[in-house]
Each structure stands twice: as structure tokens, then as C-alpha cells.
Design a protein around this ligand. Structure first.
Ligand code: NAD
Ligand code: IPM
Ligand code: MN
Length: 364
């Protein structure tokens, strides 16, 4: 029997915690605190093991992602809770690419699920928009595109230098994320899927997206489907976000679109994400980065990390506990028990304490 299934049998879920760099460590500490509070009375316990992968470790001994990391996580853990990586002392960000992009690729986490949900109308920069207008998910392809790291540089540093970065789109990779989008829309009764690409200019790679989309959509006649070029899509998301429920797109466009969406819903401090392979060990993290300029100052908003933890609990089938976390975040936002970016006066630790106390008093 694998250690993973024995963990399940004993009623505990094993969580690998990778706090990473900068505010990643601060928000992850709060997320773990809140997770412990919300599961303290549950039959299923969470068993946390921390890994020190990040800039500090890289600068100390050159380790980025240890070679056995992915098989070890798959074998010994039920989920991964991730903070953020990125440190100005590592200008190339090589450790961040190895660790985060490495885990997405090696664990084959092909879905990057990034919900955009406005929970308080006061938080959006859009005029006259309320909570019902901003409620969609971005499904970002998470293993291919311009992120695979294929390419090279020729005659670097000379006037003749050439830099090539390949955009990889496979039939399998494109089809599985598009299919996931329709399945997601069906399961959550969202009714419509919009696929966005740049097939008018990227006539090979993104023509594949367009062709696969037009085939897969025919299998889901009950779901309205639509295609928009990415430049039009971003304009429409700002003009009238209420028209979108599920947006599926490639790796790079999904990265950009998810920060835009985060801002429409109150900023990066509130935005969660799940790097998912259905049925397999998956990784949950806030959308934001390591924010070096506010790191170490107890200023970072832990809500994105806590909402990512709620997504992790959903993935682990601990749905009441996931809902309890979301309820706590809604209460914190409405009552302004938040960090300064959301108009409150609390520090990172104090915001985490408030959420932990709330879920202790309101476990369901
Ligand atoms: P960032 O997300 O770290 O910060 C962008 C802005 O948002 C900054 O003004 C920051 O102060 C603010 N911000 C972010 N999270 C916040 C929070 N929780 N509470 C309050 N304010 C918050 O993006 P960046 O500045 O472009 O990148 C910094 C580093 O993080 C870079 O090295 C980058 O590569 C890395 N990064 C990592 C991830 C990840 O690990 N998933 C994601 C994005 C960026
Ligand atoms: C994110 C980040 C990463 C990405 C960076 C750190 C490589 O911006 O998770 O959105 O582009 O995927
Ligand atoms: Mn990003």
C-alpha cells in the first residue's frame, strides 16, 4: 500500500508546505494557522510537512527543486500548499522557474484554476459594478505554451544576438484544458465557456486552439461557447465582466488575465489559484508573488493564501471546511478585519489570527 493511501485510511491528509520567498513565507504561515483552526474539530486531520525550497536555500547550497521532489510529493502527499517564489538576490529567478514551473510541469498540473469573484462591491475599481457582475473563472493552460523553456540564445551579448523562445501547443495539451473548461462549466452549472487566443496572428499554434475548441464545443451542446481574440477579450472583461463565467486560454495569456481579474475583484492580496491535475496531487497558491518591497513588514494580505487553502480543501473533499474558510474571508472583508490593501488596519499576523478565531467559532 502506498504511503498516500495509508494516510487517507488513517483519516489524515498529508500536506506539503512550500512557503518559498518574501511574503510567501508570511502568508503561508497564516494559511496553515487558519487550516489548523478549521480542521481542529474534524475527523480528518491535516498533517503538515514544510520544505525549504526557495532563494535562501538556493543561495546557500545551489538547490532549486531537488531531483526527487516531484515523485516524492506524488508518493507521500495529498496536496501541496505553496507561498510564492522570487528574490531580488537571484536576478535570473532561476530558482523560481525550477521550483514553481518545475512542479507544474513535473506533476503535470495542467489546469491553473484562478477564480475571480468580487465579494464586496466597494473593492472593484470599476464604476457601478457589483458582486454579481464580477464572478468568473480563468482556466489557464499550465504546462505548455511559452513556459516550457525551449529555445536558446545565439551570440549572446553581441550586436548579432538572437533569442528564441518556442511556443509549444500540443493536441493533447490544448484538448485537455478546453475539455476541462466545458466539464467545469457543466459541473458548476455556469452555462458558458469563452476560449481566447490570438489565432489571427499565431496562425499555427493558436489555430490549433481554435480548431480543437470548435470540435470539443460540439460535444457540449447545452453550454454556450464563444471565441474571442485575447486583445478583444481583455477589453470586454473591463467593459462588461458580467458576460463571462468560464474563460479558457493559454499559459501566458492566462497569467496576464488572472492579474487583471484579481485587480477587478479587490487586488492581488485576495486572489487564489489551484494548479490541478484532476485526481492527482495538486498545488494551491495565492496568485501573487513574493512582493519583496513589502516582505518582512507584516503588511501582506493573507486572504489569497487562505482562499487557496479553501480550494485545497475542496480538492481534498473537505467541503464544509472549505466553505467555512470562504465564509470567514467574506466576514473579514465586509467588517474590514483586513490588512491595509483592503482598507483595514491589521497586520498579516493579526488578520490571520482574526480568521483563525472566526473559523474556530464558526467551524461550518
Ligand atoms: P507581486 O505579486 O509580488 O507584487 C505585485 C504588487 O502587488 C506589489 O505592489 C505587491 O506589494 C502587491 N502585493 C502582492 N501580493 C500582495 C499581498 N498578499 N498583500 C498586499 N500586497 C500584495 O509581483 P511582482 O512584484 O511582479 O513580483 C515579485 C516577485 O515575485 C518576482 O520575483 C516574481 O517573479 C515573483 N512572482 C512569483 C509568483 C509565484 O510564486 N506564484 C507570482 C508572481 C510573481
Ligand atoms: C504566476 C507567476 C508565475 C507565472 C511566475 C513567477 C513564473 O506570475 O504564478 O502567475 O508566470 O506563472
Ligand atoms: Mn502571474
Amino acid at each position: 500500500m502506498s504511503s498516500k493511501s495509508s494516510a487517507n485510511v488513517s483519516g489524515s491528509k498529508r500536506i506539503a508546505v512550500i512557503p518559498g520567498d518574501g511574503i510567501g513565507t508570511e502568508v503561508t504561515r497564516e494559511a496553515v494557522k487558519v487550516l489548523k483552526a478549521v480542521t481542529s474539530g474534524s475527523r480528518t486531520k491535516l498533517d503538515f510537512t514544510e520544505f525549504d525550497w526557495g532563494a535562501e536555500r538556493y543561495l546557500r547550497d545551489g538547490t532549486t527543486l531537488p531531483p526527487d521532489a516531484a515523485p516524492m510529493l506524488r508518493r507521500d502527499f495529498d496536496a501541496v500548499l505553496f507561498g510564492a517564489v522570487g528574490d531580488p538576490r537571484v536576478p535570473s529567478n532561476i530558482h523560481a522557474a525550477d521550483i514553481l514551473l518545475g512542479l507544474r510541469a513535473k506533476l503535470d498540473l495542467y489546469v491553473n484554476l484562478r477564480p475571480v469573484e468580487l465579494i464586496d462591491a466597494a473593492l472593484t475599481p470599476l464604476r457601478d459594478r457589483g458582486t454579481s457582475d464580477i464572478n468568473f473563472v480563468v482556466l489557464r493552460e499550465n504546462t505548455e505554451g511559452l513556459y516550457v523553456g525551449m529555445g536558446g540564445q545565439f551570440q549572446r551579448g553581441t550586436p548579432h544576438e538572437v533569442a528564441v523562445q518556442e511556443d509549444i501547443n500540443t493536441r493533447k495539451g490544448v484538448e485537455r484544458i478546453i475539455r476541462y473548461a466545458f466539464e467545469y462549466a457543466r459541473e458548476h452549472q455556469l452555462g458558458r465557456v469563452c476560449m481566447s487566443d490570438k489565432s489571427n496572428a499565431l496562425t499555427y499554434g493558436h489555430e490549433l486552439w481554435l480548431r480543437v475548441f470548435s470540435q470539443v464545443k460540439d460535444e457540449y451542446p447545452g453550454i454556450e461557447s464563444r471565441h474571442l481574440y485575447i486583445d478583444t477579450l481583455v477589453m470586454e472583461v473591463v467593459r462588461d465582466p458580467g458576460q463571462f463565467r468560464v474563460i479558457v486560454t493559454c499559459n501566458l495569456f492566462g497569467d496576464i488575465l488572472s492579474d487583471l481579474g484579481a485587480q477587478l475583484a479587490g487586488g492581488l492580496g485576495l486572489a487564489p489559484s489551484g494548479n490541478i491535475h484532476p485526481g492527482r496531487v495538486s498545488l494551491f497558491e495565492p496568485v501573487h508573488g513574493s512582493a519583496p518591497t513589502i516582505a518582512g513588514k507584516n503588511l501582506a494580505n493573507p486572504c489569497g493564501a487562505v482562499l487557496a487553502s479553501a480550494m485545497m480543501l475542496d480538492h481534498l473533499d473537505l467541503r464544509p471546511q472549505a466553505e467555512a474558510l470562504r465564509k470567514a474571508i467574506r466576514a473579514a472583508v465586509h467588517e474590514k478585519h483586513t490588512t491595509v490593501d483592503l482598507g483595514g488596519t491589521l497586520g498579516t499576523r493579526e488578520a490571520g489570527d482574526w480568521l483563525a478565531e472566526y473559523v474556530t467559532k464558526n467551524p461550518r
